[in-house]
Design a binder for this molecule. Structure first.
Ligand code: PRX
Length: 644
């Protein structure tokens, strides 16, 4: 691997690293592959606190796994209580800055008080283990506090990203049959208030299971409170006890459900349980982020996505880190907000997305160059493939050629990192996630399940169960089976195309299903299509991802209209964009709406998205994007080549 594009770890980095040298990595990997029970069993005992030890390490009834059955554990206890008898008790657990510039530094001890109080608030509302809470908040410390309070009692939480609309929120509340919604009056975003409670009010028509809405006051705007249903957090919190023992829960107790886009219009409720999830999130903090006691660690994700769950909250706190949280937009009030924060808090480990990096590239080097970021020692990337040019920029301009970049491949379903470098061990190649982590048996295969030769494209699969894997889809075990485990018998099909090079490095090429990746957010083409056809003017819609310089992909829609629905097409396109924002959330708004009088279909009536993808990629149909396109010809031609 003497290539110019290979970056081995520096001697200084190796010297201080948790895993040193490629031999260090290989030894761990081999042990996990050969003796998974011993490997994970030992780590579980060393690294987690148990009320009661498990009877065995895992049970595998494909595709359903149980990790550490028979054990009793609590995630909140592991993230807080066990640190209180150590030097960490006065260490900052959550270091927070609000968009307006307000700050909070919450020690482990203080976090314990806040979480116990809120857990008692939840108890006071009659909530108990097995109940479900929907959490729809901005990025304030009370969001992780609420989650840890739920975890303390065994209430399964489901965070809905604050960018989702009332409609999207409603379908999630209904699907989960939640008893409580925890929210804020509003959140700050680019100096404006995002009115979260208004969306909750709008969503709560037809949600008969919800008894209580608890509202944390963040922005202080006027909001209506419905007597009997709505309560202010600070009022319920008055005078409650600061003592709340953590429930002794089964290893497999469902910690959370997180909805993610699938290949149909209905989002999938990914179910994560407690012990295995926590162990892998915890270990990857040490392996991949090379976490040291003195580090200030910052993951810029939103807790509304899985990255925030595993790498702002559960992984870092379980590992006893100082985890930083920032409330607002990266470019507010100026494009250097992130660099300012790194300088101010002397951040050591910084984890962000390729979309963010590409937008920083566009804003220009003067913004980071104006700040002292010499505290940084490790950089990370997640959510989408990082193009080598963005990687190089990140490496040079942000890391000053001193900091390794860990490109971490994983998914909502995998719960924790799967393919990523151990930075003191594995030489990096820009654009590659490098090698699988211990316990992850990954391969690239064809549709028959045969290994493809080096450097050839195929499907990314995982062969064995891993501790943080999703256990099922909320109340849809059959769908879980079909989606991930049946197309290739007995292996997990990730839904990504990949290739492996001659050194065994993985290169992730993007989704192979009808899922788009826009700014690292997963969006389903079907979900947007269903939203569009709910509009009274729309007859049919087809949605595809279009390559985009900054966001990786953008949403492009082809729409046929009902008879008589023609008006001003520009106005209608704008209205449909807003409509998608209303039905799903503003982050899903299409970049392009193209009207056509027919959609290209196979003889059996399936929309030929492949063809539409070609059209938006090559732009072979150019001109005013909102003009009527005659796709008939394309359809006829393509249908002749159609295999159906
Ligand atoms: O396509 C892959 C891409 O993001 C998908 C998972 O999305 P989500 O469940 O929202 O989780 C995102 C955060 C873990 C994957 O199927 N993806 C994620 N990380 C990478 C990536 N693609 C390439 N490189 C990555 N590092």
């Amino acid at each position: 691997m003497a290539d110019a594009n290979v970056y081995p770890p520096s001697a200084e980095f190796v010297q201080q690293a948790n895993v040193k040298g490629i031999e260090g990595y290989r030894a761990l990997y081999q042990r996990a592959a050969e003796k998974p029970e011993e490997f994970w069993g030992e780590l579980a005992e060393q690294e987690l606190h148990w009320f009661q030890k498990w009877t065995h390490v895992f049970e595998w009834n494909p595709p359903f796994a149980k990790w550490f059955p028979g054990g009793k554990i609590n995630a909140s206890y592991n993230c807080i209580d066990r640190h209180l008898t150590t030097a960490r008790k006065n260490k900052v657990a959550i270091l927070w800055e609000g968009e307006p510039g307000d700050q909070r530094m919450i020690s482990y001890q203080e976090l314990h008080r806040l979480v116990c109080r809120f857990a008692n608030v939840l108890k006071g509302r009659g909530l108990k283990a097995g109940d479900r809470a929907i959490v729809y908040m901005g990025m304030v410390p009370e969001l992780p506090i609420a989650l840890l309070a739920c975890a303390r009692l065994g209430i399964t939480h489901s965070v809905v990203f604050g960018g989702f609309s009332a409609e999207a929120l409603k379908t999630r509340i209904q699907d989960l049959e939640a008893q409580v919604v925890i929210t804020c009056d509003g959140a700050w975003r680019r100096g404006k208030e995002v009115r979260l409670k208004d969306a909750v009010d709008e969503s709560l028509t037809d949600c008969p299971t919800v008894r209580d809405v608890i509202v944390y006051k963040r922005t202080g705007g006027e909001i209506p409170m419905q007597a009997g249903r709505d309560h202010w957090w600070h009022e319920l919190d008055e005078g409650v006890s600061e003592i709340c023992p953590a429930e002794e829960l089964d290893s497999e107790h469902p910690l959370y459900v997180l909805y993610t886009s699938g290949t149909t219009g209905k989002p999938k409720g990914i179910v994560h349980t407690t012990a295995g999830y926590l162990l892998q999130a915890h270990m990857t903090m040490k392996w991949v982020f090379d976490l040291h006691e003195e580090d200030t660690y910052w993951c810029t994700a939103d807790i509304g996505w899985v990255t925030g769950h595993s790498y702002i909250l559960y992984g870092p706190l379980s590992a006893g880190a100082t985890t930083m949280m920032y409330e607002g937009a990266p470019d507010f009030p100026q494009p250097d907000r992130f660099w300012r924060l790194i300088e101010k808090y002397r951040v050591n480990i910084f984890y962000t997305s390729p979309t963010a990096i590409r937008s920083f590239v566009r804003q220009g080097d003067q913004w980071p160059n104006a700040h002292d970021m010499s505290s940084l020692r490790l950089l990370g990337s997640v959510g989408e493939p990082i193009n080598p040019a963005a990687w190089e920029w990140y490496y040079k301009v942000i890391g000053k050629e001193r900091c390794p970049i860990v490109d971490t491949w994983w998914q909502t379903e995998t719960g924790a990192m799967m393919i990523a470098a151990m930075p003191g061990a594995v030489p990096l190649k820009p654009g590659s996630g490098t090698l699988p982590l211990p316990g992850v048996i990954a391969d690239v295969v064809d549709l028959q399940g045969n290994l493809v030769p080096a450097n050839r494209e195929g499907f990314l699969i995982i062969r064995r169960p891993w501790p943080a894997m999703a256990r099922t889809l909320w109340r849809e075990p059959e769908r879980y089976k079909q989606q991930y485990w049946e197309r290739l018998e007995g292996v997990y099909l990730a839904g990504d195309a990949a290739r492996r090079d001659e050194d065994g490095y993985f290169w992730i090429l993007g989704r192979v299903d009808d899922v788009m990746n826009v700014s690292g957010h997963r969006l389903s083409t079907m979900e947007i299509e269903s939203a569009l056809v709910r509009h009274p003017a729309v007859a049919e819609a087809a949605v595809v991802g279009k390559p985009h310089e900054i966001t990786g992909q953008a949403v492009a829609c082809f729409v046929t209209l009902k008879k008589g629905a023609w008006g001003d097409r520009h106005a209608l396109a704008e209205e449909l964009r807003k409509w998608v924002g209303h039905e799903i959330g503003s982050f899903a708004k299409p970049e392009q709406i193209r009207f056509t009088d027919a959609l290209p279909k196979t003889r059996s009536g399936k929309i030929m998205r492949r063809l539409l993808r070609e059209i938006v990629t090559s732009n072979s149909v150019t001109g005013d994007v909102t003009t009527l396109e005659d796709l008939d010809v394309v359809t006829r031609l393509a249908a002749q080549h159609d295999e159906d």
